[in-house]
Design a protein around this ligand. Structure first.
Ligand code: PRP
Length: 205
C-alpha cells in the first residue's frame, strides 16, 4: 500500500480531488471527521493528514511514500525528498512585511514561522537580524512590538490589509509541490506511478 501525506487544509482538499477524479476513491473519507488515516476503496493507497511542516519529515523518513506540500514548507525543511512536480495550486508569496521598513540604525528583530528561510534571506543580503520563531498569527508581532518585521506567507493579502501591514520584499513565490521519498521512488515505482499521475493530472512527470 502506498502512503500519501497530505498537509491539512486547502492543499489536502485539492490533492484529494485529483486522486478521486482519477478513480482512486476514498468513500470512507469525511471532511468533518477527525480521523487521520483513510484507505482507498481499492486498498492500494492510504492518505494521512499531517501538519504542513511535518509532511517533508514523513516523506523523507519513508513513513509516507508521497506527499503534497507547499514550496514554502520545503524551503524551511531539511528533509531529503524528491520534488517531482509543481502542482500550481496553493500559490502564495513569502514576504518581508511590517508596519514600516526595517530599522537601519540597529539590528532588526524578525518574527517568523520560517526561521531558516528568514536567516538565509537576510544572510544573503548581508543584513544581521535576530529571529524569533513563532507558530502562527505572526502578523501580531509587529503590531505588539515583538518584532520590527515578519517573514510570512501572503496569499490574498487580506490578513496584512486588515492589520495595516505592508509588504516590503517578496523573498520567493510558493505553490503546492508533489514530493516523493527517494527510496520509494526507486523500489515502489510501479505502485507509485499511477498515484503520481493522478495527483499531477495533465502534467508530465
Ligand atoms: C497564513 C499566513 C498569513 C495568512 C496569509 O496563516 O501565515 O497569516 O495565511 O493569508 P492571506 O494573505 O490570504 O490573508 P494561516 O492561515 O496558515 O494561519 P496561522 O497564522 O495560524 O499560521
Amino acid at each position: 500500500m502506498i502512503t500519501i501525506a497530505l498537509a491539512k487544509g486547502r492543499l489536502a482538499t485539492k490533492g484529494l480531488e485529483r486522486l478521486i477524479q482519477s478513480g482512486i476513491t476514498f468513500s470512507e473519507y469525511d471532511e468533518k471527521s477527525r480521523k487521520l488515516i483513510f484507505e482507498s476503496d481499492d486498498k492500494q493507497a492510504r492518505i494521512v493528514f499531517v501538519k504542513a511542516m511535518d509532511v517533508p519529515t514523513y516523506v523523507s523518513l519513508g513513513i509516507a511514500d508521497v506527499g503534497i506540500v507547499g514550496k514554502d514548507v520545503l524551503l524551511e525543511s531539511d528533509g531529503v525528498v524528491n520534488e517531482l512536480a509543481d502542482l500550481k495550486f496553493g500559490a502564495c508569496r513569502l514576504c518581508v512585511c511590517g508596519l514600516k521598513p526595517l530599522p537601519t540604525d540597529r539590528k532588526p528583530i524578525i518574527a517568523s514561522k520560517y526561521p531558516r528561510v528568514s536567516e538565509r534571506y537576510f544572510n544573503a543580503h548581508g543584513i544581521d537580524v535576530d529571529i524569533i520563531k513563532l507558530e502562527g498569527s505572526v502578523e501580531l508581532a509587529p503590531l505588539l512590538q515583538l518584532a520590527d518585521g515578519i517573514v510570512d506567507i501572503v496569499e490574498s493579502g487580506l490578513t496584512l490589509k486588515e492589520n495595516n501591514l505592508n509588504v516590503y520584499t517578496t523573498i520567493t513565490t510558493s505553490s503546492a509541490r508533489l514530493i516523493v521519498n527517494p527510496r520509494s521512488y526507486k523500489i515502489k515505482l510501479k505502485a507509485i506511478q499511477p498515484i503520481i499521475e493522478a495527483i499531477n493530472q495533465g502534467e508530465s512527470v
